[in-house]
Design a protein around this ligand. Sequence first.
Ligand SMILES: [Zn+2]
Length: 128
Amino acid sequence: MRVYIKEVEGKAVVYNAVSNEPIKEFDDISDAVKYAVDHNYELPIRAFDGEFVTDKEGNFLYMDDKKLIEYADGTLVQGAKICPKCGWVAFGEEIVDEDKEPRECYVCPHCGNVFDCTPDIEEIGEAD
Ligand SMILES: [Zn+2]
């Protein structure tokens, strides 16, 4: 089962991620994490700083056993990749580089890292 932990009025509450119903509350977030782990509940992806990762709308994101990024209900998150710098989930975006060339890159909303851009300079003009 997928769960998430949210702080509500100073308590760390474990929620069922699909129904959004609270399961149990704790005084400390580490106890809530331990409870989830002890019950084999699946927690959201955690960034390198330990924060639970959400998309821009605040939906928690999970990783399945094939390392695909999903929402709690199992819907695949398209065009998302783990940021190699901070562990947050970065989304594909079109940006304009220094040479005013538009490129599709992954932009991390957490640390601002821009990575895995396509096309690379060499690839421009090449047919698929
Ligand atoms: Zn990042």
